[in-house]
Design a protein around this ligand. Sequence first.
Ligand SMILES: [Fe+2]
Length: 624
Amino acid sequence: MLENDHLLLVDDDPNQVELIKHFFSKQSPNTKITVAENGRACLEKLSHARFSVVLLDYSLPAMDGLQVFEEIQRMKYDVPVIIVTGRGSEGIAVEAMKKGVYDYVVKKSGYENFLPAVVGKTIERHFLKTRLAQSEERYQRLVECASDVVCLVDLKGKIVMINDRIEKLSGYSSDMLAGKPLLQLIPPEDQILFQKNFKEVSEGLRVRLENRILHKDKTKNWVSISGGPLLEKGAVAGAIFILRDITEQKQTEMELIRKNKELRLLLEVGNVLVSNRQLDQLLEIFARQLTEAIVTTYSRIFLLQDDKLVVRAVYPIRGFSWNPGMQEIFSVDSLPKIKEILGEKRSIVMTPEMLEEICRIDHIKKFLMSDLNGIQSVALVPLISKEEILGMIVLGERRKWERSPLTDSQIALCEAIAHQAAIAVENARLFQDLKGAHFDTIQALAETLETKDAYTKVHSDHTLEYAMAVAEKLNLSEVDKELLKYAAIFHDIGKIGIPDSILNKPARLTDEEYEVMKTHPERGANILRKIKFLAPVVPLVLYHQEMYNGKGYPAGLAGEAIPIQSRIVAVLDAYDAMTSNRVYRKSPGKEYAISELKKYAGSQFDPKVVEAFLKVLEENPSVE
Ligand SMILES: [Fe+2]
């Protein structure tokens, strides 16, 4: 059934032409027929008009049918060709088919009758083929124009087709990748995930995953991959994957996580600063935070003391076999390069090359610990407060980096911690100065008291010694111990306001005199209250005359409500009084004092404190 088709009939036999026309007019009246009597005429007509099909007789004058067909191919005319050969020339027909003719017809009696059907079938086949080619071309173009990587793989995972977008992502052109396994673009650590997903796709499922793609230059790009099965006649024949570059998005994500971590760290550092820990403990925490946050092999914090850099904190201390060099001292003059960096007051990162150059001097090698099992690079960050250099942070790193040894943002984080550490050092110094100044004042007061009260000095000294031993037994914290020291020294400082006549009365006190004497804890508290940094000691002095059962003075506190330091001082004070000679009496003696403490443990005294103190006495029999 041919409608509006245009047949080019190439035949030099007019009778044959008439016969063919006759059959067409009967079977396919709409087919227009143009006749060319030889090859040249055929090519001439093809160059001027479009034909649906060419029916080409093999035996033609000048050029034979095959030669004409070759010429048609050479000229790239898009037209299907059918060859008509004589009887016994099947060999020619087969050759023609190999060259690309659509069909052949052998001349035998009545063959003209079949021609319209053969021509019709050929036109239809050609139409379908053209449509397929067009759709393939459109599809190909779509793939080429896609902004994502489109990749077809066979069931073995080999790349059948991949578009040019892959070149930007992997550094390899699509031609280089054709036939190679897609898996070779996936870094080893991501391959298991990818293979699991590929298996699902080959079972007919759709998948979506995030994976990395290995670039030729060994860097990795993040991609989101969506995949689905490639079906052929209802069966899975392979997979189609669409890869989208999400590296930038991932970097932003990771940057956010990192910033978050930094913020948390800085907050933690801030918290450390406001807690009242000792400077060395603080520096230890800073060193740990530096090592952990910047993920480096080691960090050491040096403080500058009289032109010497002293190692004050190291992290890690344990973990791998090295000598962290705590308290090691380096003279700045012996480290000219370090002196120069300190002078410039800015951070510096040393690459392996720079390290090699500078570490020719043994002393610097030791300072930077560059001989430590493959240290590749170091960062030096000065500790600066108010333009003054207080010390230096040194970070050492073993791993080799792909790009830079320590990134700018890592150094910025280190500088932020260095800034906090500098504040801590500065604060500790101020505190030391302050403590010194006030200590002098109080010391002066205590000395005045000693001149007033002949026994107080000895009394205070003994009390301090015992107090520390008892604190140790009771496992008091460092802060509590420090406070106990002050309480032990100053608990009776209020006696400074008691008249000499009462304080040094060579006889028992009258009730009135005793009432005056009982004001000494409050007087002491008032003196210490005026000194800001001794504020935590005030309640300890105020309550040192309280009793465990609540019958003491001035507040009548009981049990754990009395500060532990006050409870300790109470026991020691009583023991001291009982073992000291007074103007008006001789000491009743150690044995008596011990029996009294035992007797009043639980009522006047905290039994735990008495127990600890008795142990201290047992362990130190010579101490009075
Ligand atoms: Fe007292």
